[in-house]
Every structure is written in C-alpha cells, then in structure tokens.
Design a protein around this ligand. Structure first.
Ligand code: C5P
Length: 276
C-alpha cells in the first residue's frame, strides 16, 4: 500500500515574541493558517527507511538521517520508503521541513503506526505540532499550546526572494523579547475586511531582525505593498517569505503574475487558506 499526504505551507499571519525561556527558546503568540500550496510525502512500508527527494526545490535537500522526514519516520517507529516532492523553498519561514515531518507522521499512522502525540512531535521542531493539525490555530508556548480559531478564507500572494534564513540567527538579532501578546480574538468575524483590519494592528516581531540579516525581505515587503489591491503585507515565521493579502483569489492571481513579471528571480505564488 502507498499513501500520499499533502504537507501544506504554514503562514504565520502574526507572530508576537513575549519572552525568552532559560533554555533559550522563545515564548510566542502566533496566529497560524495553512494554504493550498505545499510539499507531498509518498510513503509505503519498507524493511529500512529511505528517502528520495523530487520536485522544483529538491536540489540540496539532504536525503540522510538529518532530514526531518527520516527523523519523523524514526519517531513513528515504522520503517518506510519515502518520497518527498519538494515545492516549498527550504528555510523560508513557511514551515516546509515541519510540514514534511508532520505529513510523514500522518503517513505512518495511515500505514499502521500508533499515532505520535503532539507532545512527542514537538521534539522534531516547534512548528511540527501545529503542522500536524493543519488548521487555523492560535499557537502559544514555544509552539506546543494550540487553540483552534475561526477566521474567514484568506487569499494571498507569497513572495520569497530566494535567500535562505537561519531561524536561530533571526531570534539572536531580536532586540526586545518581552513584547505584548495578541489580544483575545473574536469568536466570529463579520467579514474578511474586518479580520484583515484587526490583523493589520498585530505584528511579526521577527520582521525587523530578519530585515537586518536579509535586506531582501524589505524589498519583498515593499514590492507586495506597492502591488494594486494589497490589503496588508507581512513576513511569515522567521522569513524570508512574505505575504500580501488580497480581497479574493482572482485579485491574488493577478497580483502574483504582476510580481513574478517584475521580479523573475523571486519565488512568487498565489494561495488560499485551507478551512478550519
Ligand atoms: O524548533 P525548531 O527547530 O523549528 O527551531 C529552530 C530554532 O529556532 C531553535 O533552535 C531556536 O533557536 C529558535 N526557536 C526559538 N523559539 C521558538 C522556536 C524556535 O528560539 N519558539
């Protein structure tokens, strides 16, 4: 039996850093959504786990035990023959590696392994528990405290200036670590614009340190902001991928075409959020 599991990209619509723990990890308060764009993990039972990587971002992705996909297979306790079809740019703030690990855990469960708890999945990375859920969530703690949230469907353009970003390096450059958490969210939003208006008042505290490390992030944010129809722009995770929100998918598709034409060396995609 072969199973295919989609590994959707994770977008941090907001990301507030409220404290640093003694072990160095940071406490976050982040609103996370998943989109209809991602990698794919194909798995079947095997005597020993092995991984091959295909797709537009396959180059440079390790196929040895350092890949989170193989670490996830080990955690699940099920040897599998795995293929990772890589469509998301690596080290880009949209959770590629974590989504791949979560998809591998799901594939293992479908092939008969006992499900891995979110608590154990956290050992693979702070974003793996939220990726296991793949639904809109408010994520707190270091990524382990999850609460489902209701939000309207969002349509966006993702822009990555094709520069990989080291998450620890971005956290290191964070000047203030005790920032305000998000206020309580509404249980229901009257419409998309009301949600986007509220979201505009929130932040990604990692944006400033990421810009210091990778100036191209500022260029991506500026290009998105200057695109007609952009309602709000922000960076996701520790970057360098930035997103712009648009009123509907058509507007996002048109904006993506325009941005790709003006910046042929960037990764530019339109996407819509997956429902809760
Ligand atoms: O858990 P993950 O491997 O995704 O995290 C990568 C690095 O990002 C960690 O080693 C840590 O330096 C930083 N990090 C953090 N606080 C978090 C998540 C990640 O400081 N909540």
């Amino acid at each position: 039996m072969t199973v295919k599991v989609f590994a959707p990209a994770k977008i941090n619509l907001s990301l507030h850093v409220s404290r640093q723990r003694e072990d160095g990890y940071h406490l976050l308060d982040s609103l996370v959504a998943f989109v209809d764009l991602g990698d794919q993990v194909t798995a079947s039972l095997a005597v020993r786990s092995e991984l091959s990587v295909t797709g537009p971002f396959a180059e440079g992705v390790p196929t040895d035990g350092s890949n989170l996909v193989l670490k996830a297979a080990e955690l699940a306790g099920l040897p599998m023959s795995l293929t990772l079809d890589k469509h998301l740019p690596p080290a880009s703030g949209i959770g590629g590696g974590s989504a791949d690990a979560a998809a591998t855990l799901r594939a293992a469960a479908r092939l008969g392994a006992s499900p891995v708890t979110a608590e154990r999945a956290l050992a693979l990375g702070a974003d793996v528990p939220v990726c296991l859920r793949s639904k809109p969530m408010r994520m707190r703690g270091i990524g382990d405290v999850l609460e489902p949230v209701t939000m309207p469907a969002l349509h966006m353009v993702l822009v990555n200036p094709k520069v990989e970003v080291s998450t620890p390096e971005v956290f290191k450059r964070l000047e203030r670590k005790n920032n305000l958490e998000m206020p309580d969210l509404l249980p229901r939003w009257p419409d998309t614009l009301a949600f986007v208006d509220w979201l505009s008042t929130q932040r990604n505290d990692l944006e400033k340190p990421a810009v210091k490390l990778v100036p191209e992030v500022a260029a991506a944010l500026a290009a998105l902001a200057l695109t007609p129809g952009a309602l709000m722009v922000r960076m996701s995770g520790s970057g360098a991928t930035c997103f712009g929100l648009f009123a509907d998918r058509y507007a996002a598709d048109v904006a993506a075409l325009q941005l790709a034409e003006g910046n042929p060396w960037w990764w530019v995609k339109s996407a819509s959020t997956l429902p809760g």
